[in-house]
Ligand binder design. Structure first.
Ligand code: DAS
Length: 333
């Protein structure tokens, strides 16, 4: 299988120490330095039948990744899969895995999986989790059970669907969760990947490098959102409202939102981070029903961040009608 390293905590060390628990002064700080080969070596002897080709794709914090990186990373993964790799493992920083894994699944045209993982404890810390996560990812990359899934996140011995997985804790090694909306797809038991259930095949999008800027606007109590009307002028081609609860805004925002929805796609997500956007429960000014009437569309079961990724990729795929396939994404369940 092929392994693509992009940096992140899993590859981070101090300038003076190249890994080793307790090796660094606590205040010195770490940054991505360890190579793809270093990280494969950190796993130790690989299980029988697993052979890895390692490649350094990037060396950065995951907050620096862009849609251009993701399209190029996906193209590299696709090439490896078409060249015969059973699966591709990608390591990266955990901060953006909930977005990158979702994009990589949408962009994977093959029936072999891309497995995304990382670490919460860098290699200078006791109990660093990187090697265990790489091993889990390699085991999943070779597993027949995962064939047909375009991407999964493997972390802390759990296997997650990129459609649901979220980073939910700043430092815990159990930071990734697919709850409370869904649970993990499976887990790893004594070196064996187990799938409790299989999602239906998700839609895919064509890789295009020119994703236009899509804004995500956080709704919070009493914020007048003065900049809302300026988003198209600032170059944004769409916006996801990270709205209250089941998909609500303040009545005072409705005028600006109605105007905005006449200019660019406006998607309603929820700042709760889980559950589905309501469609037909509340009918006050600012409710989901009033937003849908105003021309907004629902993020459905997607979190606001994942809806933003979908809208960016679809806007690049079909610039003149980005919402043409929107229901494939929001009415999948
Ligand atoms: N270093 C941060 C990142 O690159 C956090 C991490 O990797 O866990 O996302």
């Amino acid at each position: 299988m092929h392994y693509l390293a992009t940096g992140g905590t899993i590859a981070s060390s101090t300038a003076t120490d190249q890994g080793g628990a307790g090796a660094s002064a606590p205040t010195e700080g770490v940054s991505p330095r360890l190579t793809a080969e270093d990280l494969v070596s950190s796993v130790g002897a690989l299980p029988a039948g697993i052979a890895v080709t390692a490649e350094q794709f990037e060396q950065t914090a995951s907050t620096n990744l862009t849609f251009e990186h993701l399209v190029a990373l996906s193209a590299r993964a696709t090439m490896a899969l078409r060249d015969g790799a059973h699966g591709v493992v990608i390591t990266q920083g955990t901060d953006t895995i909930e977005e990158t894994s979702f994009a990589l699944g949408l962009l994977n045209p093959t029936d072999r999986p891309v497995i995304v993982t990382g670490a919460m404890r860098n290699p200078t810390l006791a109990g660093a989790d990187g090697a265990a996560n790489i091993l889990g990812a390699l085991l999943c990359a070779g597993a027949e059970a995962l064939a047909g899934l375009p991407a999964v996140v493997v972390f802390n011995d759990e296997i997650h669907d990129p459609w649901f997985v979220r980073k939910a804790h700043t430092s815990s090694t159990a930071t990734f969760t697919s709850g409370p909306t869904a649970g993990p797809l499976g887990w790893i038991h004594e070196g064996q990947p187990r799938l409790a259930h299989r999602p239906s095949p998700p839609p895919r999008v064509l890789p295009r490098t020119d994703c236009p800027p899509i804004a995500m606007v956080p709704l919070s109590l009493g914020d007048p959102l003065h900049y809302l009307a300026d988003l198209p002028r600032l170059g944004y081609a769409g916006v996801v409202l990270d709205a209250f609860g089941g998909g609500h805004v303040s009545a005072s925002h409705m005028r600006a939102i109605t105007r905005l929805a006449a200019e660019i796609p406006v998607v309603i997500g929820s700042r709760t981070g889980s559950g589905e956007i309501l469609r037909s429960t509340y009918n006050f000014e600012g409710s989901e029903m009033s937003l849908l009437r105003a021309g907004c569309v629902s993020a459905g079961v997607l979190t606001s961040r994942k809806a933003r990724v979908a809208l960016a990729l679809l806007s690049a795929e079909t610039p003149d009608d980005p919402l043409r396939r929107w229901k494939e994404f929001t009415e999948r369940y």
